[in-house]
Design a protein. Sequence first.
Length: 120
Amino acid sequence: MTFVWTTIQVSDLDRSLAFYHDLLGMPLCERFQGTGNEIAMLGDPQGTKLELLCSPAPKAENPGQGLSLGLAPEDLDQLLAKLQAAGLEVSPPISPNPNLIFHFVKDPDGYTVQLVKQLG
């Protein structure tokens, strides 16, 4: 079995694309209109995707409660500086073991994104 994508419901697709594509640098694979929905697929064209689903349905009050999306940028320090320059609040570093460090940041809809760097 192959893990293909994760879907999150967003309130404004352009705003979410500005975060995930423009700020975080996730490749935009496609953007299209579904049945009453607008959808964007991000990620490695050959790998697992993040599906952003913008629909007219009522939005959850606490989207993604208990969920975090883990992403490993090519240059974590450069990305953290870019996020902070854009006015986003980034958590202090967390290192649960000597081989891993990560930071948390919230996306425009309040989903938690974990920015990960493997050490050694």
